[in-house]
Design a protein around this ligand. Structure first.
Ligand code: SF4
Length: 477
């Protein structure tokens, strides 16, 4: 049993079972972990030597063991000093160890103990928040925290989780776990969508209601109200939008506010030129400049498509950052983007998720203060097509309450499909992008092609949605 499977079992038996049966997700997780791994490993190795200060220490790296029961674990670093053994886990992609990483340490501690390699202490080594992505990692920028007490206390739990999970895998029966708070804490479970499909009915699921916390919906679900068709409790007050959603769905009513939508479309076409933009982002744990916090969004690929109404011509531009995100690389990327989008300075830029694009551009302007003015001018031109769906100017019960283009597009433009693409979501695009930092040239080339295809499909969805709305409103581009 590998660490990954254990970690998922320690959160939920069903997640562990699904994880054990889902190699794609193992790959995704693995790629995330590999981010900056080599660079971090080299520095951490030197630092631990310095940290221990003793002359007679021996350091063993990447030691793997397998127990007679079949559990495997890898210790990133073992520090031997006389008769004492310390286990050190290197967590390169965090600036603060979380619950899963402590569980991971406890699991490694346990498996090595079973393989007769006992540790008397256990530490996690991670990167300080001050680290600037792409810069040199130094001693001062790493932190080592002692988790020995916590890990020792967790040992009986580890044993029990392993026993239970092995039994589940052996019986090959999907455990009957219910949706719980752990589905979204400490992070959103990768199986949440498929679990929801099973736990909640397809039609009018209580989960479709927006602006209500997951916890509240879970409470209703536990009380037997899995669908709003069943009827909500008397004291349950729905917001305006939820109220309309329930009404439209129960009466199977499609809303298309032609006047308002037409007005919106005409406004975008007033300059006789429209840009459509997809921008994919990464959220590196290492801030790329001193002034930024970790996990800030930065762009790494954009696809721009235009419609020139005067000449009836169309075209597109694309750019990807093929390397690790640094201030210099970002500068080149943003300058290229601004040059392209300013080919028509006054045209609106239609996007599908304005908050994501705005955040990425604002973060870029903090790293590149000399471009701040131009970036702000671009931000002012952004227009969110999603507003037509969130404001319920167009509402179709088949959208199931979703306002995401990916959920809407199969209903309005069924000929557009992501099924043939290797990358199908923004999250997956982010993981794949990280391969550009650590993988070999042939893998990189493949990933670049896949990322471009995905971003192009996103922009095609956007322009096709625009076209669909024009047609339904009786307008032409
Ligand atoms: S979504 Fe929740 S119930 Fe489903 S596998 Fe994940 S943690 Fe378990």
């Amino acid at each position: 049993m590998t660490n990954e499977i254990f970690l998922h079992f320690s959160r939920c038996a069903k997640a562990g079972f699904l994880f054990a049966n889902n190699l794609n997700l193992i790959d995704l997780n693995y790629q995330g972990q590999k981010f900056l791994a080599k660079e971090f490993h080299e520095v951490a190795f030197k630092i631990i030597k310095k940290y221990k200060k003793s002359a007679d220490i021996e350091i063993i790296r990447n030691k793997e063991v397998k127990t007679s029961g079949g559990e495997t674990a890898i210790a990133d670093i073992i520090v031997k000093s006389g008769n004492s053994n310390s286990l050190i886990a290197l967590i390169n992609s965090t600036t603060e160890p979380d619950w899963l990483q402590i569980q991971n340490l406890a699991y490694t501690f346990y498996v090595f103990g079973q393989a007769q390699i006992k540790f008397d202490s256990a530490f996690i080594c991670f990167v300080s928040k001050e680290y600037v992505n792409g810069s040199e990692l130094t001693y001062e920028l790493l932190r080592i925290k002692d988790y020995t007490k916590k890990v020792k206390n967790l040992q009986s739990r580890v044993q029990s989780v392993i026993n239970k999970s092995k039994e589940k895998i052996r019986n090959n029966v999907l455990p009957d776990n219910k949706m719980e708070y752990c589905c979204i804490k400490p992070s959103i479970c990768p199986f949440k969508k498929s679990c929801e499909k099973n736990a909640f009915p397809e039609e009018s699921s209580i989960l479709e209601l927006k602006d209500i916390s997951f916890y509240r919906k879970l409470q209703l679900y536990r009380a037997g109200i899995t669908s709003y068709k069943i009827g909500l409790p008397m004291d349950f007050v729905l917001s305006g939008k939820n109220d309309k959603q329930v009404e439209y769905t129960l009466t199977n009513k499609i809303i298309f506010d032609k006047k308002e939508i037409k007005h919106w479309l005409n406004k975008q076409m007033a300059k006789k030129f429209v840009w459509f933009l997809d921008m994919e982002t990464d959220t590196p744990v290492m801030p790329i400049s001193n002034s930024k916090r970790p996990f800030a969004k930065y762009p790494f690929i954009y696809t721009l498509q235009y419609s020139d109404l005067a000449t009836k011509s169309k075209g597109s531009f694309q750019k990807i950052m093929p390397t690790a995100l640094t201030a210099l690389v970002l500068k080149d990327f943003i300058e290229n983007f601004i040059t392209q989008v300013n080919l028509n300075l006054f045209a609106p830029i239609v996007v599908g998720n304005i908050n994501k694009v705005k955040e990425a551009l604002r973060n870029a302007s903090i790293v590149l203060p000399n471009s701040e003015k131009e970036i702000n001018e671009v931000i002012k031109r952004l227009v969110d097509i999603k507003v037509l769906f969130t404001d319920q100017l167009y509402y179709n019960p088949k959208f199931k309450g979703s306002t995401y283009l990916k959920d809407i597009i199969p209903i309005i433009c069924p000929e557009i499909s992501y099924s043939e693409l290797s990358i199908k979501s923004g999250l997956q695009a982010q993981y794949e992008y990280r391969k550009l930092i650590s993988e070999k040239a042939d893998v990189k080339e493949k990933v670049i092609t896949e990322l471009k295809a995905y971003s192009f499909m996103d922009v095609k969805s956007l322009s096709s949605t625009f076209q669909f709305l024009l047609k339904e409103s009786g307008l032409n581009m």
